[in-house]
Design a protein around this ligand. Structure first.
Ligand SMILES: C[S@@+](CC[C@H](N)C(=O)[O-])C[C@H]1O[C@@H](n2cnc3c(N)ncnc32)[C@H](O)[C@@H]1O
Length: 199
């Protein structure tokens, strides 16, 4: 069977990032590949990815560090913002909570985590077992067309899934937006009583 026969693609989805901004230092999770957030925010970005080839492929601008989101090598309360641009769909579900906990830990109080990801319905079985998300991304100065794809089996996810996960680790939802079969969620790290006592 050819790779093409295995592919199931949704329609082209559009994202407008021209209004997105983030103050201070921004940790981009899985910032290799196209490195979209790095292209948008440049030197404000610390892009981490376990794959050096993916980081090398990404455009210059961000500080690129080989690192796994499941075990971030940063001190607590380091970043003003964090982003995950179609990265969580590439990370196995069993690790999602750990990744959220790590991001929560390295964000400053009131720090913001913004994720963009896709709605992936349950795998219906059959030969089409690679789920493709074609995207047209509007940055401030250019448009990028790319496709992200994952093995469909066990990749099921939607916006509600990530909202519940974020709230479970202590984030509150500051904004959420669905655009066709993709979505953007803005989380905020709540200032906890424990953090007040320690400050
Ligand atoms: C295809 S890219 C997604 C898009 C990318 N954020 C961009 O802007 O183009 C997904 C990236 O997630 C990375 N990744 C996979 N598992 C990861 C993990 N545990 N921690 C951090 N990054 C991971 C992959 O190596 C890959 O570079």
């Amino acid at each position: 069977m050819s790779q093409d026969e295995r592919m199931y693609s949704i329609d082209l989805q559009s994202i407008n990032l021209t209004e997105y901004s983030q103050k201070g230092k921004v940790l981009d999770i899985g910032g290799g590949g196209e490195g979209i957030i790095g292209q948008l925010l440049g030197e404000k970005v610390i892009a981490i990815d376990p794959r050096s080839d993916e980081l090398e492929e990404a455009a210059e601008g961000p500080l690129k560090i080989i690192m796994d989101a499941r075990e971030l090598k940063f001190l607590n309360n380091t970043f003003d913002g964090a982003t995950s641009f179609f990265t969580l769909m590439y990370i196995e579900k069993q690790y999602h909570q750990k990744v959220f906990e790590e991001i929560y830990r390295v964000l400053k109080d009131e720090g913001e985590l913004t994720i963009w990801d896709a709605t992936i319905p349950p795998y219906p079985g059959g030969i089409k077992d690679i789920f493709l998300v074609p995207l047209e991304i509007d940055l401030k100065d250019k448009k990028i067309t790319t496709t992200y794809g994952v093995l469909w089996d066990q990749a099921e996810q939607d916006m509600k899934y990530y909202i519940q996960l974020g709230e479970r680790v202590g984030f509150e939802v500051a904004k959420k937006e669905e655009m066709g079969q993709i979505y953007c969620i803005g989380f905020k790290k709540k200032v906890s009583f424990k953090n007040f006592k320690n400050s």
